[in-house]
Design a protein around this ligand. Sequence first.
Ligand SMILES: O=C(O)[C@H]1O[C@H](OP(=O)(O)OP(=O)(O)OC[C@H]2O[C@@H](n3ccc(=O)[nH]c3=O)[C@H](O)[C@@H]2O)[C@H](O)[C@@H](O)[C@@H]1O
Length: 325
Amino acid sequence: MVASTQNLHHRSVRDVLPTTASGNGTTTTTTATTVNDKNNSKARDTHVWMYLVVHDVTEPIMVEVDQIYHLACPASPPHYQFNPVKTIKTSTMGTLNMLGLAKRVKAKILLTSTSEIYGDPQVHPQSEDYWGNVNPIGPRSCYDEGKRVAETMMYSYKEQSNVEVRVARIFNTFGPRMHPNDGRVVSNFIIQALQKKALTIYGEGDQTRSFQYVSDLVDGLHALMNGDYDGPVNLGNPDEFTMKEFAQYVKKLTKSESDIIFLEKTQDDPNKRKPDISLAKEKLGWEPRVTVKEGLSKTITYFQQVLDEAGEIIPTGPGASKPQN
Ligand SMILES: O=C(O)[C@H]1O[C@H](OP(=O)(O)OP(=O)(O)OC[C@H]2O[C@@H](n3ccc(=O)[nH]c3=O)[C@H](O)[C@@H]2O)[C@H](O)[C@@H](O)[C@@H]1O
């Protein structure tokens, strides 16, 4: 159902507002409202209504909600670098608008921050007390610094206006329903391997990432929102790979004979990344449950179906990060 803002019903038992990103580097927001009828305790009597509101978070919004999951922002490097000014507006003006909403209606607000606030880390693995190493004027800074200031806004609103805040620092996440042209490494390698195209490693492939399956992230976000802890919390799977190892692993799981090629390293690409998740374990009782292997198998099955339906797909590469003229 698509509803215009003024047609949304008034406050119900629990209204949840997730803001999400859609389009390539745009910040149009889809908004869903779910309503649980807590007068009926039996699960089968729980009612859920979903409304889709198309709105841009950089503009104020007037709705009545209890919880805000503020996810809106492109997160893939080629996508967030496509329109860096819009990416900054999303993280700054968008977060300001959502905090203003949270303050007005006394809603709890969760910001999806990122491992990228640690930049190219000099501490490994990264724990929440590490302040990071970010180039403030590099090509990634629209996203990294945007999310850093978004975190600052969250804690300023908490201090000044008693807004109840939650901040999740999300590490590399993947799963079915990723866009084939997402441009991040998991979808790129799988799509390349399934089509027997060369897997494209940027740089020498010694950089590391640690990959988390999407359902673990969802569980972590839910636990964070509904728990008491209000400091930033890393949500990620510490299972760490170099990109060379990861390319080989994807080839093995897809039984692909693709070549592996080495392209130019992208500027300011973090050399290593691995979450320290002690805090999430302690404060939320959360840790990943899906192995990288299980998650990749499901994602490979999904992308095989996408390819069967779509035909050839050339995934987004680094050269697509800017308009070509
Ligand atoms: O997946 C995520 O959740 C994260 O993705 C990105 O961070 P990044 O780690 O740079 O994501 P990728 O584009 O997937 O790159 C991972 C590594 O693979 C490399 N890569 C990527 C794509 C490719 O085709 N080949 C390749 O070697 C990149 O250079 C990088 O070293 C976002 O910026 C993060 O905010 C987000 O949390």
